[in-house]
Design a protein around this ligand. Structure first.
Ligand code: ADP
Ligand code: G6P
Length: 344
């Protein structure tokens, strides 16, 4: 695709604390847009560019230690440069973006980033600075309950990185004040928030493996057409037929209805629990309205494309797919163009 013909780049912000599933979610997004996935956070495929905002860290790891600031702190991030570069991409201009090297903890030489049809900025602060927020066409926040955050961190950092439990808990605790000050407040003004909470289906669950996922959709967002179950505006609790959707203990429960979130009207789509067979999701899909699919079964097909991705068999995977469809719809609405997909 010829990048010079990009007349209206669409820019979307995805915010969350680290380890809260941004990369996992963005892999689903890129797969819905039919593009390739890259680990590098720089141009992914021909259509989407994902920018990791860690690249705008002002200090390297050592510098943060000396200055006694965390990466979450406003002072540890160059918002002036971030704003000017995201605005430049919005105007269809190339930028020389800095790189924060997570392996070495150092700042590497900058790299060229060309404008693209869809630019996703992901990280701790996509909506923190007003100048950056003003150029975003759509905003997403991934909000993990503390208990789930701890469980995921333990799974990743103990199993894959050899950290001790005490280290993990201490690191989460030490980040908390800055997380609450600089990252968490962004969720109030986001177009969609995905909350990941412990299940309510198991009393006093300690494992935190079964999840309750809530998709909060701002009723007043210009580009968003909220998904619903059965009947828009009604309040629905739905336990699907066990013969059509195979589930082991504790089963699965859906909920949909109006609510308020920081005093604004939202509609909530909720999934508590999990299911066993991905192909049976097509039964649930029949009852999800205005999901933005382009053909019957697209949600199920999308889950089947990444069967081993975390969350494929619970509400996290399903809600991620729904949010990815919303991003595609926003792109189409803003640009007036259609994204072509294949049903094969
Ligand atoms: P981030 O990009 O925000 O740092 P990742 O996508 O890398 O987060 O996910 C962090 C960890 O959480 C990984 O170990 C991943 O496997 C796990 N994880 C992500 N999404 C889910 C999910 N839906 N269910 C269970 N674990 C998940
Ligand atoms: C977290 C933050 C990143 C930051 C990293 C630095 O993962 O989400 O934004 O780059 O911490 O960690 P370090 O160990 O290098 O201080």
């Amino acid at each position: 695709m010829d990048v010079k013909r990009i007349t209206r780049p669409v820019i979307i912000g995805v915010a969350a604390d680290s380890g809260c599933g941004k990369s996992t979610f963005l892999r689903r997004v890129t797969s819905i847009f039919g593009t390739e996935v890259s680990k590098s956070h720089t141009p992914v495929g021909e259509f989407i560019t994902v920018i990791c905002l860690d690249d705008y860290h002002t200090h390297d790891r050592m510098g943060r230690r000396e200055a006694k600031v965390t990466a979450l702190d406003e002072r540890a991030n160059n918002f002036d440069l971030m704003a000017s570069q995201i605005q430049a991409l919005k105007e269809g201009k190339s930028i020389m973006k800095p790189i924060y090297n997570h392996e070495t903890g150092e700042i590497d030489p900058p790299e060229l980033v060309e404008p693209n049809h869809l630019v996703v900025i992901e990280g701790l602060h996509p909506m923190y600075d007003e100048r950056v927020r003003d150029v975003l066409d759509f905003t997403v926040y991934l909000d993990l309950a503390d208990e789930v955050k701890v469980a995921w961190k333990i799974q990743r950092d103990m199993a894959e990185r050899g950290h001790t439990l005490d280290n993990i808990l201490a690191s989460i605790e030490s980040r908390k004040p800055d997380f609450e000050k600089f990252v968490d407040p962004q969720k109030k003004n986001c177009d969609v928030v995905m909350e990941i909470l412990p299940t309510e289906l198991i009393p006093d669950d300690t494992e935190k493996k079964v999840l309750r996922v809530r998709l909060l959709q701002d009723e007043n967002c210009t580009h968003l057409e909220p998904v619903f179950l059965y009947d828009e505006g009604s309040t629905i609790d739905w336990v699907p037929c066990g013969r059509k959707l195979t589930c082991s203990y504790p089963g699965i429960k859906f909920h949909y209805g109006p609510d308020t979130y920081y005093d604004k009207p939202v509609s909530v789509f909720e999934v508590d629990g999990g299911f066993e067979k991905l192909e049976e999701m097509v039964y649930v899909e029949t009852h999800i309205e205005r999901s933005g699919t382009k053909f019957f079964g697209e949600i199920t097909q999308s889950l089947l494309r990444n069967p081993t991705a975390p969350g494929s068999k619970n509400g996290t995977g399903l809600v991620q797919v729904l949010m990815a469809m919303m991003m595609r719809n926003v792109y189409e609405k803003v640009t007036g163009k259609k994204v072509s997909v294949s049903s094969s």
